[in-house]
Design a protein around this ligand. Structure first.
Ligand SMILES: Cc1cc2nc3c(=O)[nH]c(=O)nc-3n(C[C@H](O)[C@H](O)[C@H](O)COP(=O)(O)O)c2cc1C
Length: 512
């Protein structure tokens, strides 16, 4: 029995990091601008190898790419160009903006505070134009720094207790999260952001993998210390959070143990000093897995949730057909995505909302989601301006394709309050809240279920972003007053926890 089974740690962390009207006012936090962390991890002693910078345009519509997956058994191996495409469209610098204190580098996926605490590492066998090795992705230079030469995929296979997608993946991307880079602004709540920000990035990665014809799977069950050691990260500062297995080869990787000696590579300090928020490291330690057997057992859990049948009036979703939907390719949509800074209070259509909801919730390929199509988060909506829907509060019954009305009314002011007293959720056409019943999740998956539920929300939120932008709408992730959200959607949501929020509507800037 490891700490992971004692799910008190996740409960304690969740409770301690809730936002409320009072907590926001009694925790004045001032960001030290002169101590702002660097947005990039830099290894000054290793020259980066530049990646090809032409973005290939697939003909795969973003709305298909977010909804579909390539058969996990299709043999497919990415070449260097495909690797570049995957990295650029998930974590690359897509926009720059000058401000009086310097320059801001915006990246392909949305990220809380534009602080970009997620780093990507590649663990691959020999690919066309890329030798076997362990690499760090350097978005600033759009290059790769090789940390280890040789095939280390066996280390990941061992660490995941023989996960089948990892066994046959020519390439696995390891996503790490760096505490201080995000905690500088968000303090201990950062551990939730790890899931959100890693999730939006993975939403892009999965969509691009589909467009490139690559099978992909998200893997969260692994021996943390072994993966961290492979990447040579200092786990007090930076930790592996998720793996994404990409591609498929006929013969599995051998899991023979390979020596992963410390590299002791120099990295540029992020700030003059760092402030520690021990709660996050405690949460991470308590959700860590210690052995391959534990990792294998962890992923074999399947969550059977009991979603009550609709008790009130329902409205059927009316998504656009494949022939009728906008077909902008996924690369184009990712490049034009950017969080909406002001919404126009104009309506979207039921077809647009339905298309987004339907396409974003068709299932995430992940080791913690079985059977296929399972989902840990439930979607609750506050509708302000959707043609064909009365303003009000709704819950999505995913497998019935209907929205159940929980209460009718104009809730713009409530939504503004729930979204941390911001204008964005009050002005949007619809606010989509993710709530989860943490009890069965933590019972089944232990504390690590908390990582999974946050990550899943980030992935679905990232898909909603793309689903909105594919239809020329705007979207933004938002944070919220936890218990007030549950209260607002109760009694239906009684006992559930608020996990994530995305607002969608027409941008006030770009009238479409
Ligand atoms: C999970 C999440 C929560 C966010 N919360 C807020 C928020 O509360 N208020 C806000 O104005 N923007 C919020 N954002 C938007 C980020 O500030 C934005 O993603 C970041 O500045 C990067 O810009 P971009 O999305 O335009 O690329 C959030 C984004 C995410 C992914």
């Amino acid at each position: 029995m490891t700490d992971n089974r004692n799910s008190e740690a996740a409960w304690n962390y969740h409770e301690a990091t809730k936002h409320s009207y009072i907590s926001i006012r009694t925790n004045p936090h001032f960001m030290g601008w002169s101590n702002q962390p660097l947005p990039f991890k830099i290894y000054p002693t290793i020259e980066p190898m530049r990646l090809p910078s032409d973005v290939r345009q697939s003909s795969v519509a973003a709305l298909s790419a977010i909804a579909e997956r390539v058969s996990p058994h299709l043999n497919a191996v990415p070449d260097l160009e495909a690797v570049a495409q995957l990295l650029y469209l998930s974590a690359g610098v897509t926009r720059k903006r000058k401000y009086p204190g310097g320059e801001l580098y915006f990246r392909a996926a949305a990220c809380t505070g534009a602080l970009y605490e997620v780093e990507l590492y590649l663990v691959c066998g020999g690919l066309t134009d890329l030798e076997a090795g362990v690499y760090h992705f350097a978005p600033a230079e759009f290059g790769l720094r090789r940390l280890r030469a040789g095939d280390y995929r066996g280390v990941l296979l061992e660490a995941t207790g023989g996960e089948p997608a990892i066994a046959r993946a020519p390439l696995t991307i390891v996503c790490t999260c760096t505490y201080w880079r995000n905690a500088w602004k968000y303090q201990a709540r950062t551990y939730r952001h790890f899931g959100w920000d890693n999730g939006t990035l993975i939403a892009n990665l999965l969509a691009v993998a589909t467009a490139l014809g690559l099978p992909a799977e998200v893997v969260c069950g692994f021996v943390d210390a072994d993966v961290n050691r492979l990447l040579d990260v200092d786990p007090q500062r930076e930790v592996a959070f998720s793996l994404v297995a990409l591609g498929h080869v006929a013969s599995p990787t051998s899991s023979s143990p390979v020596e992963t000696s410390p590299l002791r590579l120099e990295t540029v300090p992020l700030s003059q000093y760092e402030v520690d928020y021990p709660l996050m490291r405690e949460m991470h330690a308590a959700s860590s897995l210690d052995s391959a057997e534990e990792a294998e057992k962890w992923r074999s859990h399947s969550l059977m949730t009991d979603f009550p049948s609709p008790g009130g009036s329902v409205i059927h979703l009316a998504p656009l057909s494949d022939a009728g939907m906008p077909c902008d390719p996924v690369e184009q949509v990712i490049r034009r995505r950017g969080s909406t800074r002001k919404f126009a209070r104009s309506p979207i259509t039921l077809a647009q909302l339905s298309t987004m909801l339907d396409r974003a919730t068709r299932g995430v390929p992940a080791d913690f989601l079985a059977p296929p199509g399972a989902q840990l988060n439930d979607l609750y909506l506050i509708v302000h301006a959707v043609e064909g829907l009365q303003p009000g509060a709704y819950v999505l019954h995913r497998n019935r394709g209907v929205l159940e009305c929980l209460k009718q009314g104009n809730f713009r002011a409530d939504a503004g309050y729930l979204g941390l007293e911001q204008e964005l959720p009050a002005d949007a056409a619809v606010d989509i809240f993710f709530l989860a019943d943490l009890r069965p999740i933590l019972q089944g998956f232990g504390n690590r279920g908390y990582r999974a539920v946050q990550l899943e929300a980030g992935i679905l939120g990232g898909k909603l972003y793309l689903g909105a932008y594919a239809q020329r709408l705007g979207a933004t992730g938002l944070t919220f007053f936890d218990d007030d959200v549950t209260r607002f959607f109760s009694p239906h949501a009684e006992g559930k926890s608020a996990i994530f929020l995305v607002a969608v509507g027409h941008s006030a800037k770009h009238k479409s």
